[in-house]
Design a protein around this ligand. Structure first.
Ligand code: EPZ
Length: 417
């Protein structure tokens, strides 16, 4: 078990670069399966989840090399279309490898994905989408077998704009006969990045970023080099961490339009924000004001920043209301935050935060990736030494968080037992 030891009470100050996006890298790495050729990726963060994806690609038969900050994947000699259950359980996005395997081989065997425990997280929309493309699905003892003779483009309407289902259907239909149209598609920037990557490789995908995506099947793809987009959730996390400490930080390598709702809410809470191309400067007051947030699919307020924002609001002046509309179990961190003196009540989707003047240091657990980041946010402001346990969750999704915070003046140590 690894922990972060944080001595709170120091203002964050200085300049920091955001890493490449986890949630864009994972489907793009999966998509490298489609070409049977060489994919060179830049800006992939070095985190547990990208390492797990790399491991699965290697188990399937890809050759993967990492050098000088780039990852080179050659998918020519894939021998297996079966994703081992042990790997499937490690993270949710292992499921998008299925779409890529189906797209290339018309065949994939996999089990239900694991990942952060933030809700029931079914994959029914992914499987319904595959069926609409003419793929047969058999399920036995939790093992799902997908196969077909041909993939035929179709119109697919999603009951909910699921990010993973949208990505999986795109991947499975890149070589389909004819045209696939996804309506009520997810509009997240990571899907635009996947589209840009696929098109650079020779695919024909249009409309990502809107709720209608059109994929025209192609016959083959080519070698590609691609630079993954910056991580909008890491950018938002660093801004909230700066804000809770009353700090002044310049966050570099951000696509400002990707985190508009977060910028607006930070301003509403009293932070001064300056925007310049791909940089965001934040200057925070001594004490923030309470604000209300509701999580929504993009371009709404991101669920992935709900816990971190709530942690920041736990010391704001007044009462804030948080409504979590995407996942039904994304308040597990609240019990841990209460140990630090936060006053939060939760009923169903709604959390009411009564801002306290100060948090106290404590020993707390990371309950999931963003829940763990929320604990770090609180610990940065709490006087004294806090220990955040189970940071394996945090290491799944944040690259060098301790080093980045140290650069900004925080006192944080990584302890590995
Ligand atoms: C992606 O997860 C992200 N993960 C999540 O990031 C993020 O929280 C989520 O999108 C929402 O923005 C990656 O991109 C790797 P969904 P995903 O399918 O694709 C329901 C993080 O912290 N649903 O859009 O799994 C589901 O239960 C994380 O980085 C179905 O009902 O999310 C949920 O309520 C964790 N049936 C809602 O849709 C399905 O078949 C949104 O899920 C699929 C989803």
């Amino acid at each position: 078990m690894s922990s972060y030891i944080i001595e709170g009470g120091n203002k964050l100050e200085g300049e920091i670069n955001v890493s490449g996006s986890k949630n864009a890298s994972l489907p793009i790495m999966a998509a490298s399966i489609l070409s049977g050729k060489t994919t060179t990726l830049y800006n992939v963060p070095n985190i547990y989840d990208t390492k797990t994806t790399q491991k699965i690609l290697q188990l399937l038969g890809c050759r993967v090399n990492k050098k000088n900050g780039k990852i080179i994947i050659n998918s020519k000699d894939i021998k297996s279309q079966e994703i081992p259950d042990e790997q499937m359980r490690k993270m949710r996005s292992s499921v998008v490898l299925a779409g890529a395997l189906i797209g290339r081989f018309k065949n994939a065997i996999f089990s239900y994905p694991g990942g952060c425990d933030i809700g029931s997280r079914p994959i029914d929309l992914h499987l319904k989408g595959f069926q609409k493309l003419g793929i047969n699905i058999e399920e036995d003892g939790g093992i799902i077998k997908c196969s077909c003779d041909k993939i035929i483009g179709n119109n697919i309407h999603l009951d909910f704009p699921s990010v993973g289902a949208t990505e999986n259907i795109i991947l499975a239909s890149v070589f389909a006969e004819g045209e696939t149209i996804i309506t009520n598609a997810a509009m997240e920037p990571e899907i635009v990045d996947l589209q840009n990557f696929l098109n650079k490789m020779g695919a024909k995908v249009k409309g990502a970023g809107t709720n209608v995506i059109k994929i025209t099947g192609v016959k083959n793809l080519k070698d590609v080099s691609y630079n993954v987009m910056p991580d909008r959730i890491e950018a938002g996390t660093l801004l909230c961490m700066a804000a809770i400490t009353g700090g002044e930080v310049l966050v570099n390598n951000v696509k400002i339009e990707h985190i508009n709702p977060v910028i607006h809410k930070l301003e509403e809470a009293g932070a001064k924000i300056l925007l310049d191309k791909n940089k965001i400067a934040i200057k925070s007051p001594k004490r923030l004001k309470a604000v209300d947030i509701k999580t929504m699919p993009y371009p709404g307020f991101p669920t992935d920043l709900q816990s971190i924002f709530a942690s920041m609001l736990s010391v704001a002046k007044g009462s804030s209301m948080v409504v979590e509309n995407i996942f039904e179990n994304r308040y597990k961190y609240v019990n841990e935050l209460r140990r630090m003196g936060a006053k939060i009540t939760v009923e169903g989707k709604v959390a009411i935060i009564k801002g306290v003047r100060k948090l106290t240091s404590a020993q707390v657990n990371s309950t999931d990736l963003r829940g763990g980041a929320a604990m770090c946010t609180a610990a940065l402001a709490a006087k004294g030494e806090s220990t955040i346990n189970n940071i394996e969750y945090i290491l799944r999704g944040y690259e060098n968080l301790d080093k980045k915070l140290t650069k900004l003046g925080a006192k944080i140590k990584l302890q590995q037992i």
